[in-house]
Design a protein around this ligand. Structure first.
Ligand SMILES: Nc1ncnc2c1ncn2[C@@H]1O[C@H](COP(=O)(O)OP(=O)(O)OP(=O)(O)O)[C@@H](O)[C@H]1O
Length: 268
């Protein structure tokens, strides 16, 4: 059997902290993600979710344990990884087309081929006709669409998403969630999606990973056996959704409370 696409095996990440001691951000974290699987990660603020993503992306080496992609230990940024962050990487001085063209160009596509791929993805994210616009001429949701096209144009096998929609208003966020599902469904990409929003996590994912309060490790993994294709706004109102929400929140709440208590004792 082929190994899972992404494997974290007792991964630990320590950082030197300001006062000369060591801060453990992630501890003994084990998680596997298969091709075509959508995994959402939730946990209290500052627990180590982004650090976990940086281990998979190879941006940070693990201090102990192992991280594997395609069965190989991650030593540098693996091929075929796409990112999306809360602050998108759209370049303000470039048009929509030029923003999306830069990915395939960087990967060696000819100018003509890169433009063809970019135009295709701009259309797929619903921005046909806006190719010559600059980011400041677009709404927040449209800029997110550019960022999606920018990420997906390289056809990543792994998609790492760190609260990509959290700065959007509620309606635009729901639209973008639907859009992401629609675009991802046509691929076999593995997704790790970090969010503070439990509704978003359940609406999007095949499984939701609850992290402990810092240092992050996996507290529980919940399957989300809700049928696809999904319409997030409608899904959220269903009994099945609410049942899963209650179960996951029960697990998450304890960790959020722990993190709050520690925060309160630090500022007291
Ligand atoms: N490069 C770094 N150097 C030192 N400490 C770091 C570094 N990156 C993260 N940390 C620390 O590791 C801990 C976990 O941070 P991380 O950003 O992974 O948490 P998070 O769960 O993603 O946070 P949030 O929910 O606020 O987005 C924090 O205490 C942070 O200060």
């Amino acid at each position: 059997m082929a190994p899972p696409l992404i494997e974290l095996i007792s991964a630990t990440k320590r950082f030197p902290s300001g006062n000369g001691s060591v801060h453990t951000a992630v501890r003994d974290l084990s998680l596997t993600v298969s091709a075509g699987e959508f995994v959402a990660v939730v946990g209290p603020t500052g627990c180590g979710k982004s650090t976990t993503l940086s281990l998979v992306s190879g941006l940070q080496p693990a201090s102990a344990g192992e991280v594997r992609v395609h069965g190989e230990p991650v030593r540098s940024i693996p091929d075929g990884v796409g990112y999306m962050f809360q602050n998108d990487a759209v370049m303000p001085w470039r048009s929509v087309l030029d923003n999306v063209v830069s990915g395939p160009r960087y990967r060696g596509a000819s100018k003509a081929e890169a433009r063809r791929q970019a135009a295709d993805w701009i259309e797929r994210v619903g921005l046909a006709g806006f190719e010559k616009y600059y980011p400041h001429q677009l709404s927040g949701g449209m800029r997110k669409r550019v960022a999606l096209a920018q990420t997906l144009v390289t056809q990543p096998r792994i998609l790492l998403m760190d609260e990509p929609f959290s700065a959007l208003d509620v309606q635009t966020r729901a639209l973008m969630q639907d859009e992401l599902l629609r675009l991802w469904q046509g691929t076999d990409a593995a997704v790790i999606f970090v969010t503070h929003d439990l509704e978003e996590a359940i609406a999007l994912a095949d499984k939701v990973v609850v992290m402990t309060a810092s240092p992050a490790t996996v507290k529980a993994v919940f399957d989300v056996p809700l049928p696809r294709p999904r319409e997030v706004e409608e899904l959220r109102l269903t009994e099945d959704f609410l049942k899963i929400y209650r179960e996951v929140w029960e697990s998450l709440r304890t960790e959020v409370d722990k993190a709050r208590e520690r925060g309160a004792s630090r500022v007291a």
